[in-house]
Design a binder for this molecule. Structure first.
Ligand SMILES: Nc1ncnc2c1ncn2[C@@H]1O[C@H](COP(=O)(O)OP(=O)(O)OP(=O)(O)O)[C@@H](O)[C@H]1O
Ligand SMILES: [Mg+2]
Length: 261
């Protein structure tokens, strides 16, 4: 594995004719943790989904490259194979597919034919990762996310990440709905994966998560693009003062997407 390099340049994305991301640019390298914060409706989840290739989003401008390869040209499964991973803000429930079956298929989809993970190795790894996340083994035999509590779904997203060992991990509000103990467990899962060969893009509303996962960079999104960047101290100021000072500083009246000023 080598250190990933994700380059997002002047990215523009629309949905149903409505422009959501506009001139979004960000470079992410292996070893780095970038946190993205920002008020509701400023395009954070749109960024996450469109990087993964969600079919509802139409790319209207710009480029996204991973290790020099054009990501926008890849199908969703190719993006996963290239090492992109998204833990969703609202994970879907899939009835009829157990969590274990889903994870095994996802792992094998990222491997060459004939090089599938052995059942023994899969079970051993699954046990180990579920232990790290303090998840009860019975979850692996339940249908994917069906009837899972909000916090259990989030833990399950992190389980996927630990099993797949992706190179670029995008986590969309992984902390929302987690109790304090779960927050610590999930943060430990993320910190265990921290490596020079891996990068993280962590979307969150709360500085609290960043007490457990120290970011290298904190970015603020408004109007579908990054309007301010800094270090962990920026998240602390946002927690204390909210977003008004940034809007004043930059002369932004309405921070939601589709606004001109
Ligand atoms: N399918 C859709 N149809 C119409 N508008 C959409 C659709 N998906 C997203 N939007 C709009 O795009 C804007 C950005 O949404 P997005 O989910 O990216 O925001 P967000 O920054 O993740 O917000 P939050 O912090 O609340 O999760 C919102 O105004 C939203 O209503
Ligand atoms: Mg969102």
């Amino acid at each position: 594995m080598s250190a990933p390099q994700l380059k997002i340049k002047d990215f523009g994305v629309s949905i149903e004719g409505k422009e959501i991301l506009k001139n979004f640019s960000l470079d992410i390298k292996g070893g780095e943790i970038h946190a993205i914060m920002g008020p509701n409706g400023t395009g954070k989840s749109t960024l996450a989904s469109s990087l993964m290739g969600h079919p509802s989003y139409e790319v209207t401008a710009g480029s996204v490259e991973l290790d020099g390869e054009d990501v926008l040209d890849m199908e969703v499964d190719e993006r996963a194979r290239a090492g992109l991973f998204l833990a969703m803000q609202y994970p879907s429930e899939i009835s009829g597919v157990t969590t274990a079956d889903f994870l095994r298929s996802a792992i094998n989809a990222n491997r060459e034919e004939g090089d599938e993970i052995s059942l023994m190795k899969f079970i051993r790894t699954l046990d180990e990762k579920m232990n790290v996340l303090e998840m009860d083994n019975s979850f692996s035999q339940r249908y994917l996310n069906e009837g899972f509590s909000g916090g259990e779904k989030k833990r399950n997203e992190i389980l996927q990440m630990l099993m797949l060992q992706p190179r670029v991990c995008i986590l969309d509000e992984i902390d929302s709905g987690l109790d304090i103990d779960a927050l610590k467990v999930v943060s430990k899962g993320v910190n265990d994966l921290r490596s020079p060969d891996r990068a993280f893009l962590i979307i969150t509303h709360y500085q609290r998560l960043l007490n457990y996962i120290t970011p290298d960079f904190v970015h603020v999104m408004m109007q579908g693009r990054i309007v301010k960047s800094g270090g962990p101290e920026l998240a602390q100021r946002l927690e204390a003062e909210g977003y008004d000072w940034i809007k004043q500083e930059l002369g932004i009246k309405d921070e939601t997407v589709g606004q001109e000023a």
